[in-house]
Design a protein around this ligand. Structure first.
Ligand code: FMN
Length: 189
């Protein structure tokens, strides 16, 4: 699949078939992640591949709890239709864990300290696009408190679970989301 097709066709998947992913496929996805750019090439990511049902159940419970609190705080009606049950069914949840110490030169800048997250985001996008090119569904998931995920996955306090990436064969067609035109988002000086 060519790059432009992958970029344009990839959509978030929230319904998965239970078929497991092979170790080879998982490593192909991680390999794509590691070719992302990072500050001074410090590669501030680590990956944890979660396939064990007990961990998935705990992640699901955390997401359910956050969803209720988010609904109370925001009143967003669409949350009633938003189910997080796919967290129990998806064959792989990939935790992308950032190291805040590896943030590069931006640690010396006034608004710095986040470049490690940006690098993790670049790695995540590589993984999502590669998943799509392999016919897999994926989802960038962040509806959790980081402390809760640290506790569930046994991460050190200094590590930042930037995102959980769901990966598996899609069950049905994903919801299609539109985009605004480039002109609406662009100025030239
Ligand atoms: C930083 C980030 C956090 C996200 N967190 C969630 C999430 O917690 N739950 C979810 O269902 N989707 C999440 N998404 C997916 C977005 O909802 C989705 O990308 C957006 O609606 C556009 O749809 P598309 O990915 O199908 O094009 C997240 C995406 C990003 C980039």
């Amino acid at each position: 699949m060519d790059l432009q097709t992958a970029i344009r066709e990839r959509r978030s998947c929230r319904k998965y078939l239970p078929d497991p992913l092979s170790r080879e496929t998982i490593e192909e996805l991680l390999e794509a992640g590691t070719w992302a750019p990072s500050p001074a090439n410090n590669q501030p990511w680590e990956f944890m591949v979660v396939t064990n049902g007990e961990f998935k159940e705990k992640i699901f419970a955390e997401a359910e709890a956050r969803k209720s609190i988010l609904f109370e705080k925001s009143g967003w009606k669409w949350l009633n239709r938003y189910e997080v049950g796919f967290l129990k069914e998806v064959p792989v949840i990939l935790a992308v864990i950032g190291d805040p110490k590896k943030t590069g030169a931006d640690m010396f800048l006034k608004d710095g300290g986040q470049a490690y997250q940006h690098a993790c985001a670049a790695a995540i996008q590589n993984i999502l696009l590669t998943a799509h090119s392999l016919g897999l569904g994926s989802l960038w998931f962040t509806l959790f408190e980081k402390d809760a995920i640290r506790e569930i996955l046994g991460l050190e306090a200094e590590k930042d679970p930037v995102a959980l990436i769901c990966l598996g064969k899609p069950d049905g067609e994903p919801f299609q989301t539109p985009r605004k035109g480039v002109q609406e988002k662009t100025t030239y000086r």
